[in-house]
Design a protein around this ligand. Structure first.
Ligand code: GGG
Length: 362
């Protein structure tokens, strides 16, 4: 007699906590994900590879990650990342040496940053109730102002009249793929898209972006469109947030707008994100939007919600959509019950929020 036994699906995930509170929030995320796997009663599990890259690694090796680092990660199904940046390493060195090296090396050209208003979390927006608000910032994640082109002369020699250049690069292919991605996302939501540039002042690259946006829009007649300058969009985030659904912008503008959005939702600590390689040739990377927060690092005070929301986005990406939704609901229920860290007006520690989320999983 042959006996058939269904095998558990094991997902190989690389965890890179990196700096400061990155350690604590990745730990929280792994605890919750492993709890979900246990609840699945053998249907799936996670096989973790944890890497010690970051600013401490830099102190020992003079670089944020090994030269052949990407080779160690490329076969993972996803990367779960914490935060980068520490006072001992110049910020541009740590950012380019780790986070951007992974994003750009793995062609994670679409960065999704939902702006989610959670129950029980007070928003600084002057509204009686902000629970109806929810929009998504789609960040172009491979070029634009982060192309990395430029240079300095007489660097480190004050008084020599130093000049530095920093060029933004906008390609038709780069603009079109992120704009189409955003339109496709809008079709799964409320079918409204806002394209953000500063094309009155940035008269080459961002005018190309606007032209591509108008051309692509013709393929999506069912989606309402607008083109807004970034300064006006910043005001709109505050004055008319109910008009927003999908907001697509260049690398720098979207980074700034998503921080503003998450602050309006209550705290940067709540914001989650997915750096996607939509073609799935390389692993995608999931991380909270916030940085390493050296002022509170190592004290168990940081908000794990941004990292837990990113874990939910990762579950969705792995094909575990129901589990991702389960986690999102558990996060919302935890907040509704007022189990909140100090950045959102509560007194709970990181581990208390994490345990509450686990308790509220279905
Ligand atoms: N988890 C996100 C993170 O570590 N961010 C650090 C940072 O400085 N990011 C700037 C950027 O990516 O533009």
């Amino acid at each position: 007699r042959t006996e058939t036994r269904s095998e558990a699906r094991t997902y190989t995930i690389t965890a890179i906590p990196a700096d400061g509170v990155g350690q604590e929030v990745v730990d929280a995320g792994r605890t919750v994900l492993d709890a979900l796997a246990r609840e699945s009663r053998g249907a799936f599990s996670f096989s973790w590879q944890e890497l010690d890259w970051g600013s401490e690694y830099y102190a020992k090796h003079g670089r944020m990650m090994p030269e052949d680092g990407p080779d160690l990660v490329k076969d993972s199904e996803a990367i779960y990342f914490g935060a980068v940046g520490w006072p001992s390493v110049p910020d541009h060195v740590s950012l380019w040496g780790l986070r951007l090296r992974l994003c750009q090396g793995f062609d994670q050209w679409a960065n999704i940053r939902p702006v989610t208003f959670l129950p029980g979390v007070e928003s600084p927006l002057r509204r009686a109730d902000s629970s109806d608000l929810d929009w998504v910032v789609v960040r172009e994640n491979s070029e634009g102002e982060y192309a990395g082109f430029g240079g300095r002369n007489f660097a480190g020699r004050p008084g020599q009249g130093e000049v530095a250049t920093q060029s933004a690069v906008f390609t038709e292919v780069g603009c079109e793929r992120i704009i189409r991605f955003a339109f496709d996302l809008a079709r799964t939501r409320r079918r409204k898209i806002s394209s953000v540039t500063k094309s009155n002042a940035q008269q080459y690259g961002m005018v190309l972006w606007d032209d591509v946006f108008q051309r692509v829009a013709r393929d999506y007649p069912d989606v309402e469109t607008e083109s807004v300058l970034v300064d006006a969009m910043s005001a709109k985030f505050i004055l008319h947030p109910e008009d927003l659904d999908v907001v697509v912008a260049s690398n720098l503008n979207a980074d700034i707008l998503s921080d503003l959005g998450s602050a309006l939702a209550g705290s940067l600590g709540l914001a989650s994100s997915a750096n996607l390689n939509p073609e799935r040739r390389f692993p995608s990377m999931f991380e909270p939007v916030h940085g390493s927060a050296p002022d509170i690092a190592g004290r168990g005070l940081c908000n794990p919600i941004g990292a837990l929301g990113s874990a939910a986005l990762m579950l969705d990406h792995l094909g575990l959509a129901a589990e991702g939704e389960n986690l999102q609901q558990a996060i919302a229920e935890t907040c509704r019950r007022g189990i909140l860290t100090h950045d959102v007006g509560g007194t709970a520690m990181t581990r208390e929020v994490t345990s509450a989320v686990i308790d509220h999983l279905q």
